[in-house]
Write a protein that binds this ligand. Structure first.
Ligand SMILES: NC(=O)C1=CN([C@@H]2O[C@H](COP(=O)(O)OP(=O)(O)OC[C@H]3O[C@@H](n4cnc5c(N)ncnc54)[C@H](O)[C@@H]3O)[C@@H](O)[C@H]2O)C=CC1
Ligand SMILES: O=C(CO)COP(=O)(O)O
Length: 421
């Protein structure tokens, strides 16, 4: 419910335009249309600009046109045909999705930023956003991955929040984008739990341009985490002339008849589920690529899910609820869907079946889409090594060693077998 007297509306920008990013723009734009009292009608979608030739099989390919075989700017194609012919072909986007190649212009005056980028690009894009966003903006990360530095591990939502000095929640679930784009039913989990802040004041006059955020991002050392109180003190309250970003209003932004949202407060659990299931999906692909069948796949899914819960508890402590992994879409359900039809699963399977490096399959088969599991397996391994805990996460370690070609997929059963003391 909008607050009485709220005169402003939230402007929403989707930061990213891949397979999931474009799907997210579609469903958010539909919701913005249905809730005009809360949201501005235009949804900006930042596009990493590239030249794209409209494929011959596309309904927008016109052999008679002089530009038929000439590459065109992807933003131009999206804004003309309302379709992302490269990353989400065949799906018509609402006309209120506006593709923008300039990330600073795309986020100008936006109070809601939805990040949907492959995690390897988050740091650079956050750097580009410093000083460009309103200081009271709120973010939701739909990115699946973690950030590992020399001193520790951070959730992507934490990275975004700390780098831009804003609050960032997370959205993750059993969400294969192409199915959701076709409006087939699925569920998702949104974690949104901003710390309580001082009472809200009206938007200060002439304050649309924020002061630049600190260029220094705090590293979360898991042994010496910044307290939530310290972080809350840096956040700016949303001015009172905007509708509140309550759970109810956040739900109105994402929930669709075909996309059912469950709201929770466990940002760490939701983020870790999305990141770690990608390592499990690689393991499932490896055993399926060997032709070992569904029982083998179920075994690695079981062990991987236990490692996911153990990882969350070991390194994120009480901020993680085990029930987030077991009861929410972002946990076991995402493991199941990702190990059935996800890109990480499919590429890992093909790599083993053909005896080809998975990075080569990614390059050849995905047309620019990115795997997240391979990099996450390296990042998680490098973090576990610094903690001396590789042995306690045998499946995650086996996936890393398979990618490094130090062990073979056939060794997975012996590698994940509990060791006698
Ligand atoms: N596709 C899916 O089914 C789902 C994906 N996700 C997650 O969403 C995140 C984004 O994935 P997708 O939207 O699927 O992307 P994608 O993998 O389909 O596409 C890659 C994207 O990266 C962009 N890109 C390439 N180079 C770049 C650079 N240097 N800087 C910035 N961007 C660059 C491309 O323009 C493209 O938009 C990932 O973390 C993924 O795990 C989450 C749920 C479902
Ligand atoms: O996250 C996903 C499904 O929930 C998609 O997984 P992939 O990136 O492996 O396709």
């Amino acid at each position: 419910m909008a607050t009485l007297g709220a005169q402003k509306k939230h402007k929403v920008t989707i930061v990213g335009s891949g397979n999931w990013g474009t799907t997210m723009s579609k469903l958010v734009a539909e919701n913005v249309n249905e809730n005009p009292e809360l949201f501005e009608q235009e949804v900006q979608m930042w596009v990493y600009e590239e030249d794209v030739t409209i494929p011959k099989e596309s309904r927008h390919y016109d052999p008679g046109s002089a530009s038929a075989s000439k590459p065109q700017k992807l933003t131009q194609i999206i804004n003309t045909f309302h379709e992302n012919v490269k990353y989400l072909p065949g799906i018509t986007l609402p006309k209120n999705v506006i593709a923008n190649p300039d990330v600073g212009a795309a986020v100008k005056d936006s109070t809601i930023l939805v990040f949907v980028l492959p995690h390897q690009f988050i740091a650079k894009v956050c750097d580009q956003l410093k000083g460009k966003i309103v200081p009271y903006a709120r973010a939701i990360s739909c990115t699946k991955g973690v950030d590992v530095g020399e001193k520790g591990i951070r959730l992507i939502s934490e990275y975004i929040g700390m780098s831009l000095n804003i609050y960032c929640g997370a959205l993750s679930g059993a969400n294969i984008a192409s199915e959701i784009a076709q409006e087939k039913y699925s569920e998702t989990t949104v974690a949104y739990d901003p710390p309580p802040m001082d009472s809200r004041a009206p938007t200060p006059k002439g304050s649309r341009q924020p002061s630049p955020a600190s260029s220094q991002v705090d590293l979360i050392d898991t042994d010496k985490a910044v307290t939530s109180g310290q972080r809350a003190a840096r956040l700016k309250a949303l001015p009172i002339d905007y509708p509140p970003l309550s759970h109810q209003n956040i739900k109105k932004l994402f929930h669709r008849p075909y996309f059912h949202v469950s709201l929770v407060s466990d940002v760490a659990g939701v983020s870790l589920g999305g990141a770690l299931k990608n390592i499990i999906a690689l393991a499932a692909g490896f055993v399926d690529g060997l032709g070992w069948g569904d029982n083998a796949k179920a075994a690695v899914m079981r062990v991987g899910t236990l490692e996911m819960v153990k990882f969350g508890k070991a390194f994120f402590g009480d901020s993680v609820n085990t029930s987030t992994f077991t009861e929410q879409s972002c946990g076991v359900a995402d493991v199941i869907t990702s190990c059935s039809g996800g890109r990480n699963f499919k590429c890992a399977k093909k790599a083993v079946a053909l005896g080809v490096d998975i990075n080569e399959i990614e390059r050849k088969d995905l047309n620019g889409q990115k795997l997240q599991g391979t990099l996450t397996a390296y990042e998680v391994n490098s973090f576990l090594k610094t903690k001396g805990m590789e042995g306690e996460f045998p499946l995650f370690t086996a996936v890393y060693n398979i990618l490094e070609k130090k062990v073979r997929p056939e060794q997975i059963p012996e590698l994940i077998e509990p060791k006698d003391d």
